[in-house]
Design a protein. Sequence first.
Length: 278
Amino acid sequence: MAVGIHTEGTLTTPLWNTTLGGASPNSLDHPVTETPAAPAAKEPPIRAILAPVTPLQQNCTIVWCTKTMKAAIIDPGGEVPKLMQALKQYGLTLEKIWITHGHLDHAGGTAAIKDLTGAPIEGPHPDDQFWIDQIPESGARYGIPDAQGFTPDRWLGDGDVVTLGETQFEVIHCPGHTPGHVIFFHRESRFAQVGDVLFKGSIGRTDFPRGNHQQLLDSITLKLWPLGDDVAFVPGHGPMSTFGAERRSNPFVADVVLGAGADEAPDLAGDTVPKRYM
């Protein structure tokens, strides 16, 4: 897997997530003198940093093409100055703003970044227009008064392709959490940003207007799982995981849960109810 992910809290200390196959930057600090030093790892086509934003700690993702250093911000829910500083810190030029769905915590800072940079907004699917229209009202309710609505420069649909520098990401429409939810998939790197469709150990809520539980299950099992067990994904909240790990152990969508009868499926949740996110 050729992608390096930095998990950012203060946006000062980059950390490599080894589940993505990235070599530790310290792996050659003490080479064995009797043998030649290992060649430097090939630069991956994309890199990314995770910057949790808003009181809801939504995983805003800054992803970039390593050849051109052109970046996209995925789901800028808020804390715009923090995101602008991250671009500057990593020497990136913002080319795109990508939105998975229209909820406040994922899209509340979109208009502000568009105003600052002029970068085009791509996504979500047009069925989430009604959520985007509610962003200012939702922001006032959740203590994010500067959140604004917006009009995307490009609505996205299933099978669309978005470009970033010299790279391409596939767009997959995954309704259920919201009707217009999309995810972004970089096939070469085996990497996806899935918003609030799937989490480590959980799935998105479907008790919002126009949410649909069966649609969400279909989106996960019929659209995400076929991409491959080795795909590492950034969820909208919480830690990263892989599709394979969730197929084995997620108490909502593991293969043994969905494929076995109630008397056959093991109790993967134990004594606790897994967290369901916004």
